[in-house]
Design a protein around this ligand. Structure first.
Ligand SMILES: NC(=O)c1ccc[n+]([C@@H]2O[C@H](COP(=O)([O-])OP(=O)(O)OC[C@H]3O[C@@H](n4cnc5c(N)ncnc54)[C@H](O)[C@@H]3O)[C@@H](O)[C@H]2O)c1
Length: 300
């Protein structure tokens, strides 16, 4: 049973949901983030790559760290690779060092299929070679390597959850595809399809992701596992589904493919299934919930 858990990035989209789920389970979350946590929990403002951010927590006992803090914009990582390196690689090293110094037995780390990049047969598995296309993907691959070393050298359980595209309530201001489509449906902002729109993506609901992070922390598992719905759909099909759910016929224009854009994301669920890490919310239901939340937020 978990008693107290550090959540880096606990003020973010996934982190907020992890914190909420921990509270429901009676676990005490402690948040470290640049931003203030959405819920009233013990929080420390600061960068994870800054050793001073960790000072107030030195010497205390924790069951696990759920490590979510990261610069997450792929496009910004191409513009400023050093900044993303500091948060995602140097920052992850500080997380692992804190765990080592303080005898924390488990670190669960938010990785991404972008650490893998494109594969020869189009299917992403945990044994696919790591050939990231962007600085963002490479920082996640590098942090995975650090985590592997901290497991093998110091015995810390390190679980790396390679997430696909996470969506769900409270993602109002994010720049990922679903909130951008939603804003477009409400006449706010532009939306263009890169290339022909046949590139496939996998979407996973945030509550499934939050539950899985906590489950891996509880189990003190060491693994690398891809986690998503396992059923990909094209960007064009996502636009159609959003039209259906919003009741707004969306007809985005097409522009040239962007550098660093993955040609397709289809993951194998073999390992996640073996580990019993399932998903429970299908895309149509999850998208409808997310749209309702989006409208409620807009209405204030
Ligand atoms: N959302 C997705 O689709 C997705 C997919 C794959 C992986 N991930 C990973 O999951 C994690 C959480 O993603 P999210 O969507 O909730 O992102 P988010 O941007 O909503 O949240 C990230 C949080 O980390 C904080 N943060 C960033 N750099 C920091 C630093 N150096 N020190 C302290 N705090 C810092 C931010 O303030 C923010 O609150 C990230 O590691 C991301 O790479 C997300």
């Amino acid at each position: 049973m978990l008693k107290n858990v550090i959540v880096t990035g606990g003020a973010g989209f996934i982190g907020g949901r992890v914190v909420q789920s921990l509270l429901h389970l009676g676990v005490d979350p402690v948040v470290i983030d640049h931003n203030r946590a959405q819920l009233e929990v013990e929080s420390y403002l600061g960068g994870i790559e800054d050793p001073n951010s960790w000072t107030p927590l030195e010497g205390r006992s924790f069951d696990a760290i759920i490590h979510l803090a990261a610069r997450t914009s792929v496009l910004k990582s191409v513009e400023d690779p050093h900044d993303v390196y500091l948060s995602n690689v140097a920052g992850s090293e500080c997380v692992l060092e804190f765990a080592r110094r303080n005898g924390i037995p488990s670190v669960v780390f938010a990785s991404t299929n972008a650490a893998v990049g494109n594969t020869d047969d189009g299917i992403i598995t945990e044994t696919s070679p790591l050939r990231p296309l962007t600085p963002y993907g490479s920082t996640k691959a590098a942090a995975e390597m650090l985590a592997s070393a901290y497991h093998n050298s110091y015995g810390i359980a390190t679980a790396m959850l390679r997430l696909t595209n996470v969506y769900g309530p409270t993602m109002w201001n994010k720049d990922s595809i679903i909130p951008r489509l939603f804003r477009f449906a409400r006449g706010k902002g532009s939306f263009s399809i890169y290339g022909d729109g046949e590139q496939v993506r996998d979407f996973v609901y945030v509550d499934d992701v939050a539950r899985t992070f906590i489950e891996l922390a509880e189990r003190r598992t060491t693994t690398v596992v891809s986690y998503g719905s396992g059923s990909s759909l094209s960007v064009k099909a996502l636009v159609q589904l959003t039209s259906k759910i919003s009741g707004v016929k969306l007809e985005p224009n097409h522009i040239a493919p962007q550098a660093g854009e993955m040609s397709g994301v289809t993951i194998s669920l073999q390992r996640s299934t073996e580990l019993g890490l399932t998903t429970t919310v299908d895309l149509e239901e999850g998208l409808a919930r997310t749209w309702d939340d989006f409208l409620r937020h807009e209405a204030g």
